[in-house]
Write a protein that binds this ligand. Structure first.
Ligand code: NAP
Length: 278
């Protein structure tokens, strides 16, 4: 077994990006809107801010109270859309229940949508057109590429069909000529699918859902799950027992997670280049 090391690949990607930013003497900027005070969101935003600032990017953290109106958020997004000093815009999820997630996400102009969640970017991805792609799925493909895993012709099984991870992954793998199967909570006999996977991606949110008997020998396993139990992090894959059967596997933490923030900053830089014709 070899580790698919997200921390190492993240460092390499960000070093490369920092060199470009320093050489060109530019300052791409990212604006993050937070609604409410979700504790996990606070950690994720701090992480994004730290990474952005270390790279030499501008970072703006815009906070709204839990009981704010949808109009206040939409007005702020309009303002950021029209502000030439702002490149990437994202709204940190989850947002309070009284707000419409789709309406808010789609208000971000697609050219600044660094989370790749607007209908325009999702549609372009399905049609294999150039677009901003959701960061976690993009990070998974990058991690495989950087680790020398060839995708064309591979039998890929994705467990989970969320719009953030599973669905964009379907298009990314198909666009890379893989044969793709998608499983979800209504799939009968999950093991029959997972044990045939050359590349298995699990994005469910259930500790150790995937056990040793469910994976194919010498396959590649990508564990997206983050399950925080009694202050400890667990993936969706029973890592200790699966690792000796497969050829490559991501640890949790230290696999997919670091790639997500790296791809976000890559997206911010792409937006800067596109908006400034560089
Ligand atoms: P989500 O929106 O809750 O979706 C979970 C998916 O898993 C759904 O499609 C669901 O099926 C499916 N599912 C639930 N139980 C299942 C079962 N027993 N067997 C097979 N499929 C099952 O979750 P998400 O946003 O994609 O996140 C998934 C996990 O990844 C979470 O732990 C999250 O914290 C983590 N995550 C990590 C990163 C990172 O950067 N590392 C980024 C995003 C998410 P249905 O569609 O039928 O309900």
């Amino acid at each position: 077994m070899t580790l698919l090391d997200g921390i190492k690949v993240k460092k390499e990607l960000l070093n490369e990006l920092k060199n470009k930013i320093d050489t060109k003497n530019i300052k791409p900027s990212l604006a993050v809107i937070q609604i409410g005070n979700d504790s996990a969101s606070n950690i994720y935003i701090k992480n994004k801010e730290k990474t952005a600032i270390n790279l030499g990017c501008k970072f703006e953290h815009i906070k709204f109270k839990e009981d704010c109106t949808e109009k206040e958020i939409l007005d702020k997004i309009d303002e950021l859309n029209n502000n030439n000093d702002v490149d990437g815009i994202l709204v940190q999820m989850p947002i309070p229940k009284h707000l419409n997630e789709k309406t808010i996400q789609n208000r971000i102009i697609s050219t600044k949508d660094v989370d790749g969640l607007t209908d325009i970017n999702v549609g372009k991805l399905i049609n294999n057109k150039k677009c901003l792609v959701s960061c976690t799925p993009q990070g998974i493909i990058k991690l495989l590429e950087e680790s020398g895993v060839s995708i064309p012709g591979k039998n890929v099984v994705i467990v989970g069909r969320s719009k953030l991870v599973g669905k964009p992954l379907i298009s990314l793998f198909l666009n890379n000529d893989a044969t793709v199967t998608v499983c979800h909570s209504k799939t009968n006999n999950l093991k029959e699918f997972t044990k045939n996977a050359d590349i298995l991606v699990v994005a469910v949110g259930k500790k150790h859902l995937i056990t040793e008997d469910m994976v194919k020998k010498d396959s590649v396993v990508i564990d997206v799950g983050i399950n925080r139990i009694d202050g400890k992090l667990y993936g969706d894959v029973d890592y200790e027992n699966v690792k000796n059967k497969v050829s490559l596997i991501t640890p949790v933490p230290g696999g997919v997670g670091p790639m997500t923030v790296a791809m976000l900053l890559c997206n911010v830089n792409t937006v800067y280049k596109n908006l400034n014709n560089k």
